[in-house]
Design a protein around this ligand. Sequence first.
Ligand SMILES: Cc1ncc(COP(=O)(O)O)c(C=O)c1O
Length: 443
Amino acid sequence: MNEIRLPRPNDLDAFWMPFTDNRGFKSAPRMLAKAEGMLYWTPDGKEILDGTSGLWCVNAGHGRREITEAIRAQAGVMDFAPTFQLSHPVAFEAAAKIAALTPAGLDRVFFTNSGSESADTALKIALAYHKARGDSARVRLIGRERGYHGVGFGGMSVGGIGGNRKQFGALLPYVDHLPHTHLPAKNAFTRGQPEQGADLADVLENLVALHGAETIAAVMVEPVAGSTGVLVPPKGYLERLRALCTKHGILLIFDEVITGFGRIGTPFGSERLGVTPDIITMAKGLTNAAVPMGAVAVKRDIYDTVVEGAPAGIELFHGYTYSGHPLAAAAAVATIDLHVQEDLPGRVTAIEPAWENAAHALRDAPNVTDIRNFGLIAAVELAPRPGKPGARGMEVFHRCFDDGLLVRVTADTIALSPPLIIENQHLDRIFGTLDKAIRAEAA
Ligand SMILES: Cc1ncc(COP(=O)(O)O)c(C=O)c1O
């Protein structure tokens, strides 16, 4: 790539950046200005290999012509149409394409604009479903420690990340949490799903004993927890959670914002994991992140109960101005077509063994306490510096970036989730750069 001349901002003050150390960033900004395929470029033209699909979202690789053309074409035909009491054809087409990819039976789709909105929408649908069945005492929502379901009040409350909750006193009432499944003493350096920890699902029985099943609406978990450092579900764990939810009439919601759209080798993660939830939330890879969009897929019975069972008129008092936005819907249709034509999940399955080996080859690097992997996801956990949690991880992140690799850091865990179009040649570069950064930090 020749020298890139791209505009640089000369005023960094106005943008209050999300989930960012604003003062640190603004004193030493690291910018991305161009992207294509597996790569980003900085404004100076420096190449950065995208080890994280942006933020776990650009699954088909950057700048896919099929997607940008679809967005451009739609923008030229109709920029916006409401979907309240009106609609437009592309929203229906996108919903049908999603329904064809989701596990059998989850074929009714509600559109949102983000993962956070999908989480809150799923929780509201669960509450509306029980109410429509005359079970209106079911208002309690169960999440899991270290779960991430975005930043709306529902997702934040059901989520289990202390740092995301403590700054804001007012959380939803009637929420409880299962324990997380991170058991490093038993499962460190496991390849794929850990052997130990299925019994942690049984804590749901304790919560049922404590609160009464008749008060619990839903359990929401990520099949593979991403944001808190890649926690792969122990073998049998999700199966037990499914069985207990069924036994007690509790809806099981899988937050597939990360695991959806091929990331773990099947269109949705539930398929590979062999467990079908009642509701799936999605976003990110749905449009390859080219336009914001999220969605919630529900079992037909949930839709029928809420919609067919309601008196004439609006059945669900929920929605967003941009639910099913034409540009996003066009991007979703083109993305799903690419996903199918290029068999992106199949590419993950094909490269997963080499990916796993390359990740676990870092085992002997200094300060590495655990390596986890599943599908096209890996995490390398580092021992924190004494008294300075997160400092080591952040330094490795900066070293990788300066050496041309984008990784994601959560405290002292380095997470990797590259675009699914990755080829074997990228593996050496990703893990070689990370290895070098970890060793340099320790030197
Ligand atoms: C599992 C999960 N749910 C929800 C979200 C929130 O998505 P968004 O940032 O689009 O609101 C994320 C984002 O990383 C996520 O990983």
